[in-house]
Design a protein around this ligand. Structure first.
Ligand code: K2U
Ligand code: ZN
Length: 170
């Protein structure tokens, strides 16, 4: 089932999400709905708070559905190490049609649990590293506008406020 994606301004996006404790059928259903919602957006990542569930998990598929091995869910993720830098444009499904440059780690190693509750480690580079960093921020209530300087941020916030007023923020 495709779920509504929460847009910037909703308090759930600014909250620190709570760890997953129950690895059950309800969790499996949520993960399936998150993947379906992500592919339909389309996006390469989607965090649970973005579908109004303040829990520490996100789904990711940087192959856009082409490579089943890249279809991954990270539950209660922990970033173990980061290395290098990469700068590139980012979007966010909670900020429709807003894009700007963000610098992220070039490489990132994370530990997480899969939907069966089994722990695994992922060693990611480039877009996958970027996506994990972006989604992990969502679990801490951190949004990518935090990486904007004060002037650019003011410009983006003004644009968003205008679009909310015009009813064009969905
Ligand atoms: O969390 C989200 O809003 C999903 C983002 C995650 C993301 C942002 C930047 C770079 C990688 C992942 C969406 O996937 S944004 C849409 C998108 C689509 C293709 C490539 C990059 C971003
Ligand atoms: Zn996002």
């Amino acid at each position: 089932m495709i779920l509504p994606i929460v847009k910037y301004g909703d308090p759930v996006l600014a909250k620190k999400a709570t760890p997953v404790t129950e690895f059950n059928e309800e969790l499996r259903q949520l993960v399936e709905n998150m993947f379906e919602t992500m592919y339909a957006a389309p996006g390469v990542g989607l965090a649970a708070p973005q579908v109004n569930v303040s829990k520490r998990l996100f789904v990711m598929d940087c192959s856009g559905g082409k490579n089943p091995e890249e279809k991954i869910v990270l539950i209660n993720p922990e970033i173990i190490s980061i290395e290098g830098k990469q700068t590139g444009d980012e979007g966010c499904l909670s900020f429709p049609n807003i894009y700007f440059e963000v610098t992220r780690p070039k490489r990132l190693i994370a530990k997480a649990f899969n939907v069966e509750g089994k722990e695994f480690t992922i060693d990611a580079m480039d877009l996958t590293a970027r996506c994990i960093a972006h989604e992990n921020d969502h679990l801490d209530g951190e949004l990518f506008i935090k990486y904007l300087g004060p002037i650019k941020r003011e410009l983006v916030m003004r644009k968003i406020k205008k679009r909310i007023k015009l009813g064009d923020w969905k």
